[in-house]
Ligand binder design. Structure first.
Ligand SMILES: *[C@@H]1O[C@H](CO)[C@@H](O)[C@H](O)[C@H]1NC(C)=O
Length: 272
């Protein structure tokens, strides 16, 4: 049965109105549920804002981060996942500012004359996990020195000063780093400033990151996944809710000699 032109017009107008209303409705529902998620997140992380203006500003950032994380995960084209964590109300700039304190390497490179004690190592195990050998202390939490600029760099420095001495791993060589990590946990420097690093949750991290070293971590092992991806097992200091119980597995043996996020650029090991 043919509809009259007038009826067609009325029907399509109703349809458009209906769509518009349901879109507005679902947007409102989305915002309401996002606001609930923000409230819940604030409770979980003990976050308190000084006033509503700050809360609205933080909510907007939280919302943007959740959307970034969810679209990253649903794209599913990377071997790692992101998740909402304690950094979810920080912009990536704020996150970087709160974790850098490391722009200058913590120690000078030693002269080339200093021997690399593992240089003559010829065979290394196919995998290593120093945690299983009881050689790794529990994960620390540097704390939220985010936003308030109270990052304790002195504490880190005095910690380093307790070490009797140190030797460098030859720079820009993942194979040298491998020899070293096969023998002991190694302090490494990385570029940890990217948004994907900020929200890393699990899997093999493949970037994005540059080589602007801004963070000190410890390589405590290495291995290869079932699908053949080689990785470094890296201990971070952002608490156990970040990454894989406080650890990250970072892709190993990449084309660039600096290693992923510059992991092979500035490594050292304590010599007691
Ligand atoms: C490695 O082997 C060479 C050749 O035998 C030797 O001269 C060098 O001292 C060795 N390096 C170390 C750190 O033991």
């Amino acid at each position: 049965m043919a509809l009259t032109l007038e009826r067609k017009f009325i029907l399509s107008t109703l349809l458009v109105l209906g769509l518009w209303a349901s879109e507005a409705m679902s947007r409102t529902l989305y915002e309401a549920s996002m606001s609930e998620r923000h409230e819940q997140w604030m409770a979980d992380h003990g976050r308190v804002y000084k006033d509503n203006t700050e809360k609205e500003m933080r909510f907007k950032i939280f919302n943007d981060n959740v959307q970034f994380i969810e679209s990253f995960n649903s794209a599913g084209n990377r071997p790692y996942k992101l998740s909402i964590n304690q950094f979810a109300d920080l912009t990536n700039d704020e996150f970087q500012a709160s974790h850098n304190g490391y722009k200058i390497p913590s120690h000078p490179r030693l002269s080339n004359a200093t021997p690399f004690r593992y240089e003559n190592v010829t065979a290394v195990p196919t995998s290593m996990d120093w945690r299983k050998k009881g050689a790794v202390t529990p994960i620390k939490d540097q704390g939220q020195c985010a936003t308030d600029g109270t990052c304790n760099t002195k504490k880190e420095a005095s910690h380093a000063a307790k070490i009797g001495g140190y030797e460098n791993v030859p720079a820009n060589s993942e194979s040298a780093l491998l020899k070293a990590v096969a023998n002991q946990p190694i302090s490494v420097s990385i570029d940890a400033g990217g948004a994907s690093f900020q929200f890393y949750s699990s899997g093999i991290f493949t970037g994005d990151c540059g080589t602007d070293l801004d963070h000190g971590v410890t390589a405590v092992g290495y291995g290869t996944t079932a699908d053949g991806t080689k990785y470094w097992l890296v201990k971070n200091s952002w608490g156990t809710s970040w990454g894989e119980e406080g650890y990250i597995r970072m892709q190993r043996d990449i084309a660039a000699k600096e290693g992923l996020c510059g992991i092979a650029m500035d490594s050292s090991y304590p010599t007691a």
